[in-house]
Design a protein. Structure first.
Length: 141
């Protein structure tokens, strides 16, 4: 059940996935993310939360503000204690799915955020850490 806390989201059904998406968007708005960067984070969060529901059954997402001295950002940590992923490299490939679906969730999420890390072991669940900065890196412009 999700109520007022904007930093921690329990995920076990589609409405929780929507709650996680809206939570990410609200935090991004508060930190003055560009619309493109907020939308990219929201889509990545949606895919990772949906994977928890579909492939693990239940799990949690937590959101925390970060800064690198130049920019603010959000670190999202998704955790579940489901079956885990035996071959992470394979699961990260476009089109790989054990559920007969599109297989674009993990690979898409990785492309949408600035930093993406995934840890898993069979039987030990999945932990995904994503960092998204509010603005483009001024050093790239
Ligand atoms: N939280 C998770 N727990 C267990 N397996 C997962 C999890 N997330 C992803 N996977 C595995 O990685 C595969 C690829 O995920 P994804 O790219 O989102 O594609 P899809 O969800 O369409 O299958 C899934 O089919 C599943 O085997
Ligand atoms: Mg998926």
């Amino acid at each position: 059940m999700n109520t007022g806390d904007k930093s921690y989201v329990f995920v076990s059904d589609a409405s929780d996935v929507g709650w996680a998406r809206r939570t990410a968007l609200e935090l991004a708005s508060a930190l003055h993310f560009t619309p493109a960067r907020a939308g990219a984070l929201a889509t990545a969060v949606t895919e990772i939360a949906r994977n928890i529901v579909v492939h693990a059954g239940r799990g949690t997402l937590s959101f925390a503000p970060v800064t690198d001295g130049m920019r603010e950002g959000i670190v999202t940590v998704a955790r579940d204690e489901g079956p885990g992923i035996a071959d992470i490299a394979r699961a990260m490939q476009d089109g790989f799915s054990t559920a007969g679906s599109l297989g674009l969730g993990l690979s898409g999420a990785k492309r949408l955020v600035d930093e993406f890390a995934i840890e898993s072991a069979p039987g030990a669940g999945v932990t995904i850490t994503m960092t998204q900065w509010a603005k483009n890196d001024p050093r790239d412009e």
